[in-house]
Design a binder for this molecule. Sequence first.
Ligand code: NAP
Length: 334
Amino acid sequence: MSFAAPVPSSVRVGIAGGTGYAGQELVRLLARHPGVSLTAAMSSGGETRRLPSLARIWDGDVQPLDLDSLARTSEVVFLGLPEAAAAGAGAALIERGLRVIDLSGAFRLRDDGLRKRWYPDTGMLPDGTLYALPERSRAALPAARLVSCPGCYPTAALLALQPLADAGLLAGDVIIDAKSGVSGAGKGATDRTHFSENHGSAAAYGIFSHRHTAEMEQALDCAITFVPHLVPLNRGILETIYTRVTPGTAAAAVGAALRAAYADSPFVRLWDDGLPEIKHVAYTPFCDIGWRIDEATSRLVIVVCLDNLLKGAASQAVQNFNLMCGLDERAGLL
Ligand SMILES: NC(=O)c1ccc[n+]([C@@H]2O[C@H](COP(=O)([O-])OP(=O)(O)OC[C@H]3O[C@@H](n4cnc5c(N)ncnc54)[C@H](OP(=O)(O)O)[C@@H]3O)[C@@H](O)[C@H]2O)c1
């Protein structure tokens, strides 16, 4: 593997949404990042707050969101905000000349009609917006001004499927059966996510109506049947993907396409033997991919796992930041 050498000076970084599930992971990672000076973490407003679980990792005060203050103190701002707040803050910070790394869906969809349907608070995409799965965007990231990070479910699906699509190996409907831990819904409890509703149960939701479907279809350029499920775990996503490969494809060809795609990718782990499990990726920045092929019928099943708050959100955003700034992709993560 070859990586760019770290640059010596620190980048001044601010975080909006620092009290959220993804935002707290950002604070934890960026406070210890060797190329970062964490200048501010902000939340929705009201009182100044501390983050008890991060004491001695980052002892700053979380301030109410103030874009002028962020613009004065930061060069790059990470947004861990709900979509509507991210849409406004992202555009405003770009106008002030900052660079932005957005974890929300606000800037993910290129098609104006789809964006209006799924993210109605977002206007036009600012110049310099880049939808960036780091493993596929290394060359483009240094020029990006607003980096739109993929969603947690799409990150897993695209890491598994895009190399196979590129190699021309996919030849059938794509069905993604996904399971997510409850932190995927953020820290606010709802009828679906509070403890006594979720504990001891599992439920499908969002069939034909989940906004991540549009994001995956945009990247893969094919129709996808996506069925997410909520399962009683704190964190982690497991997707079982069912499709077909072109007739005559040998099992080895699938492995070869994935190995070629990820030879220089420190955060993608391929399981030639065995299958990935959530417990192997929870609290890590890795995405694990395993697969099985029935050569006689050309059926392919892929199993892919990641931690929704890390590779599905905060650590992936830091990977994008590292690549954008010309740092070692692993800085602050491994
Ligand atoms: N959770 C995941 O697994 C995951 C994965 C990938 C992407 N994402 C995306 O990342 C973003 C954050 O997700 P999350 O799960 O971390 O959400 P969360 O736990 O609900 O946290 C949201 C954060 O945004 C702040 N906030 C809410 N409304 C605000 C407003 N109007 N102005 C300023 N700050 C505001 C909250 O501050 P307070 O504490 O003051 O309320 C909190 O810090 C979302 O867009 C989500 O779709 C999440």
